[in-house]
Design a protein around this ligand. Structure first.
Ligand SMILES: Cc1cc2nc3c(=O)[nH]c(=O)nc-3n(C[C@@H](O)[C@@H](O)[C@H](O)COP(=O)(O)OP(=O)(O)OC[C@H]3O[C@@H](n4cnc5c(N)ncnc54)[C@H](O)[C@@H]3O)c2cc1C
Length: 291
């Protein structure tokens, strides 16, 4: 049974509440997952620690080329931020796809990562952007890459009864770099994706200097298409190279069959098309062209 609903004003106050409650309290941000999971019995907690009034967690900042997003930043704020739209288009696109306008007004980007659903839209974008989460707990602060935050399907490595993710940070796209996010869904709103893909590319003299590609739900969390990335590194920006990379992405993908969101065979057959589209859009956003 729920005993207390607490509003700390600082990160240290939130962490000390978690510590004092010894696992009997839990972070709540937008509540869009948690307020379904508690009545369903999936999560048991007796105290909720609401982080939405901690002002330092509301910031979206750019410092020394790194963009940081605080734990109280909602999807709508991320999607509408000029900075994110310009320097991390994949995240703005992913955030704008989540749920409905009302959901996006409450749901936070970091809550989306902590909830650890395989298809979480902003987690896929953050992995392509190379994002790292800062996690505060009573023993101190640690930094963990977002792609290492999944402990299994629906299971995060973050213990939200003892740890608070304060922000995620990633490099802003520089000149010659571009990012993109594409999503296959049954309908435009309130549908989890059948597949989603994000890419970040860096171009130099008509070649890919490097690329990072993330795809879901083809594993417990966002999965890096490492073989595709390897094909792109140093290769000419041509339709043939992109197609070869798109096919190679299947080597790291293991989609499951879902009665609601498509069979393994269907997802496998369309994944290369999504990878190709994400790469084409990322190249265009980097100011490049495909020769
Ligand atoms: C109708 C509906 C449609 C949806 N559609 C989509 C969709 O299309 N795509 C998609 O990806 N998701 C979708 N979602 C899920 C999405 O709303 C959530 O994943 C949301 O982003 C979670 O953020 P929140 O702030 O609401 O988290 P909460 O519900 O507050 O928390 C979620 C979990 O994360 C923990 N947590 C939250 N913040 C922190 C933190 N800073 N540190 C440590 N732990 C933390 C909580 O303890 C809890 O376990 C949908 C949800 C609904 C209800």
């Amino acid at each position: 049974m729920l005993k207390d609903y607490l509003f700390p004003e600082t990160v240290s106050e939130a962490v000390s509440i978690l510590n004092n409650k010894e696992g009997q309290a839990r972070i709540i941000a937008g509540g869009t997952d948690l307020l379904l999971d508690i009545p369903a019995g999936k999560i048991k907690t007796s105290n909720l620690v609401d982080i939405s009034r901690i002002s330092e967690l509301s910031a979206i900042t750019l410092e020394e080329g790194m963009i940081s997003i605080g734990a109280a930043v909602t999807h709508n704020r991320a999607a509408e931020s000029e900075l994110i739209r310009e320097k991390a288009a994949a995240l703005a696109q992913a955030a704008s796809c989540v749920g409905s306008y009302q959901i996006r007004n409450s749901a936070t980007v970091i809550g989306n990562v902590c909830n650890a659903q395989p298809a979480a839209d902003t987690a896929v974008a953050l992995v392509a952007l190379g994002a790292v989460a800062e996690i505060a707990a009573s023993g101190g602060t640690e930094s963990v890459p977002v792609e290492k935050m999944y402990a299994g399907v629906g299971r995060s490595t973050v213990d939200s009864s003892r740890q608070l993710v304060t922000k995620v940070s990633f490099p802003a796209a520089q000149k010659g770099q571009g990012t993109a996010f594409v999503r296959l869904q049954q309908r435009k709103a309130l549908a989890l994706p059948m597949l989603n893909v994000a890419a970040m590319v860096a171009l130099e003299d008509g070649k890919f200097a490097w690329a990072r590609i993330s795809m879901a739900p083809v594993g417990p969390g966002p999965v890096r298409a490492l073989n595709a990335e390897q094909i792109l590194n140093g290769a000419e920006v041509t339709p043939e190279v992109i197609e070869k990379a798109a096919q190679a992405a299947l080597e790291q993908a293991n989609p499951r069959s879902s009665a609601l969101r498509g069979s393994k065979e269907y997802r496998t057959s369309v994944l290369p098309t999504l990878i190709r589209r994400a790469l084409e859009q990322a190249v265009a956003n980097a100011g490049g062209s495909i020769n």
